[in-house]
Design a protein around this ligand. Structure first.
Ligand code: ADP
Length: 304
């Protein structure tokens, strides 16, 4: 399948001179779940607003399904959940979902069937007939997701979804996203909640200060040349010498596991071990969590 989202040197400088996004080149393919990661202020919402043609770029261009985002027909194929959900308070949840399905050209009784299913899955069935003015923030956010999904869009864009969910409901949301993917839809989630993204995304991009720093599968990103050296017997003198290298040493009796951050540090550790007469038992590649990758790219002070 071709690219569902494509940007070419996409950039945005706001009127007061803030450059929120710089030369973004990104492709997301059909059926992918893509995590768009970055700390607050990185430019994620700006990129999403450009994709949806809410704002116009200062440079470059964005395409959805191969056509410029400014073609309004393209947006019909997109479901969107904004960062701040605003829904009309005088609707009931069921009324709103059925109305939305109607706008998308879905007739009866399918409209009602889909609304019921969404309300059920997202734990809103008990409040289906209540006016939204009485809904909590978390309920409104879940309803916004239901609204975005009811017409089974080809592309679902979620801007910093924070559904205030308990673990069980989180699983339901994840299942809904994976179900969308299962029918071939593309899902684009911007987030700073790494664990959420890690659990569902096929690929992630890390944005910081308007620049896309890394993009790839978690496996791609985690293979950063980091390793773990196992030593069966570490002489006490070597421990002090190792502290100079900056590598993290975990002792278990006299056995030691030394975590190295890259090939240079690994070489340094090896030479310290050799000088100290410690025999290396094994060396493993050390996969990184998404959090480690994220912090390395954006710095700990900007972390989630
Ligand atoms: P994120 O979604 O990653 O938190 P945003 O895209 O909201 O980041 O913001 C990126 C940068 O652009 C920030 O410095 C923000 O203050 C600035 N910005 C966002 N919207 C506007 C606007 N309408 N006018 C001026 N600056 C803006």
């Amino acid at each position: 399948m071709g690219a569902v989202i494509r940007t070419e040197s996409l950039g945005k400088t706001y009127r007061r001179g803030v450059t929120a996004l710089r030369s973004l080149d990104l492709e997301v393919s059909g059926g992918e779940v893509f995590g768009f990661l970055g700390p607050n202020g990185a430019g994620k919402s700006t990129a999403i607003h450009l994709l949806l043609d809410f704002i116009r770029p200062s440079e470059g261009a964005a395409f959805l399904f191969g056509v410029p985002t400014s073609r309004s027909r393209v947006r019909r194929r997109v479901g969107y959940v904004p960062e701040t959900v605003r829904l009309p308070r005088y609707y009931t949840a069921r009324g709103l979902l059925e109305f939305q399905a109607g706008l998308a050209g879905i007739g009866w009784p399918e409209r009602a069937r889909r609304a019921s299913r969404m309300l059920e899955t997202l734990g809103l069935a008990h409040a289906a007939g209540r006016l939204l003015s009485g809904y909590s923030k978390g309920m409104l956010q879940r309803l916004a997701l239901a609204q975005a999904l009811i017409a089974e869009p080809d592309l679902l864009i979620l801007d910093e979804p924070t559904f205030n969910l308990d673990p069980q409901m989180r699983k339901h949301v994840r299942d809904l996203l994976l179900e969308a993917k299962g029918r071939g839809a593309t899902v684009f989630i911007s987030s700073h909640i790494l664990s959420e993204v890690e659990a569902v995304c096929d690929r992630v991009g890390i944005l910081a200060d308007g620049v896309l720093r890394r993009v790839g599968t978690l496996a791609d990103l985690s293979a950063g040349g980091r390793s773990e050296i196992v030593v069966r017997e570490l002489p006490p003198t070597a421990i002090e010498a190792l502290s100079v290298t900056g590598a993290r040493v975990v002792l278990n009796g006299r056995k030691a596991t030394i975590a190295c951050d890259g090939p240079d540090q690994e070489a340094e550790v090896r030479s310290v071990l050799e000088a100290g007469g410690a025999a290396v038992e094994a060396v493993h590649a050390r996969p990184q969590s998404l959090e480690e990758i994220f912090l390395r790219e954006v710095g700990p002070e900007a972390g989630p």
